[in-house]
Design a protein around this ligand. Structure first.
Ligand code: AOF
Ligand code: ZN
Length: 341
């Protein structure tokens, strides 16, 4: 086995916790002695042990650690956060060699983990499956580098590009695409809608079709027009309401004041402050188009029902980008887009 196989195993392990580690990254680790994997671990939840520590603890014969190589998909941390620095632990144990996928752009790490290991005289190798390791933590890297969450736009449209018929809520997707959307929601940190969508669709924005965690629900409602007996106010998930009237916390609902002028820029700053790493923007057309017009998105997911023709209603947003991938879900197809920025 070579470096890539072991880092690939780290990626597979890390991926198991997708959606569960916010605001922390997904990290996997394997420990190899004489070409045999003797320990494995991944980061399961924010506040709990890092991948390296879980892998070290899984090794049955700790005497072998000194003669082993430790593979990690992300640079070992160098700081005291919710847990002590992993780089120090690796030095203390005296591993022979460390191989990582990519450096960590978190302000508190960013090369400092590498420095600690190299200063201790441990052989260090970086950049194995780097592209894949960065893709796995695309939310985490976007958040730290751009100081805003990773933005995914999502909507469903008819064959003639309408979001609804006669401006009334209309079922466009099918049960398979619905399940896909709920899966997507369970993987992302938060989900956002504008006032109009909340008023017309009265959505719950939960993952009730699958077993999975609910994302944080974000509502933009400057004048607090959405009545409190609407689904977004129910206790199925936590909700954050950006508005221009009040700043309070009431059980599961947090109200945060937001300036109307340049509201997207202000919103990004507030989401960064609140450590929200990714957001699915689920509508409506007006809200989605604002994100598109400001080129403030990273991926877009469009569900299309080509056989359905609605003739009149709300026009779908216009995204002029190349399709990255298409998947067929019975009579619906889903188009995936990636913004090249
Ligand atoms: C993780 N899991 O396996 C690794 C991380 O607040 P803390 O102490 O949990 O530290 C979080 C930071 O540690 C995180 O932002 C990242 O930079 C670094 N590495 N974090 O949650 C891990 N290896
Ligand atoms: Zn760590």
């Amino acid at each position: 086995m070579n470096y890539e196989n072991y880092i690939q195993r780290c990626l597979d392990l890390a991926h198991k916790a997708l959606g569960k580690t916010y605001p922390n990254p997904l990290v996997g680790c394997v420990i190899v002695h004489n070409n045999v994997i003797i320990g494995e671990g991944f980061h399961e939840k924010s506040g709990q042990a890092h991948a390296e520590i879980n892998a070290i603890n899984s090794v049955k014969n700790p005497d072998l650690l000194k003669e082993s190589t430790i593979y990690v998909s992300l640079e070992p941390c160098a700081h005291f956060g919710k847990t002590p620095p992993c780089a120090d632990k690796i030095v203390e144990i005296g591993f022979k060699k460390v191989v990582i996928g990519t450096l960590d752009s978190h302000d508190k790490v960013n090369g400092k983990g590498k420095q600690i290991l190299e200063d201790a005289g441990i052989e260090f190798f970086s950049g194995v499956l780097e592209k894949e390791c960065r893709e796995l933590n695309k939310r985490f890297f976007t958040f730290h580098q751009k100081r805003r969450p990773f933005i995914i736009l999502k909507w469903a449209e008819s064959g003639d590009s309408f979001l609804d018929k006669d401006f009334k809520p209309t079922q466009i997707g099918n049960p398979l695409t619905k399940q896909f959307v709920h899966q997507l929601r369970s993987q992302e940190h938060a989900i956002l809608v504008g006032t109009q969508t909340a008023l017309t669709d009265n959505p719950s924005l939960t993952t009730r079709e699958i077993v999975g965690r609910n994302p944080i629900r974000i509502l933009i409602d400057f004048d607090l027009k959405v009545p409190i007996d609407f689904n977004l106010y129910n206790d199925e998930a936590v909700t954050v309401i950006f508005n221009s009237k009040k700043e309070t916390i009431e059980e599961n609902i947090t109200f945060i004041k937001l300036e109307k002028e340049n509201f997207l820029e202000n919103l990004m700053a507030k989401l960064f402050e609140n450590q929200i790493q990714s957001v699915i923007v689920e509508g409506g057309s007006f809200t989605l188009q604002q994100f598109i017009d400001q080129n403030l998105w990273d991926e877009a997911i469009i569900i299309k029902n080509d056989k359905l023709h609605l003739m009149h209603g709300t026009k779908a947003p216009i995204l002029s980008s190349d399709i990255f991938e298409t998947k067929q879900f019975s009579d619906n197809k889903i188009e995936f887009y990636k913004n090249s920025h």
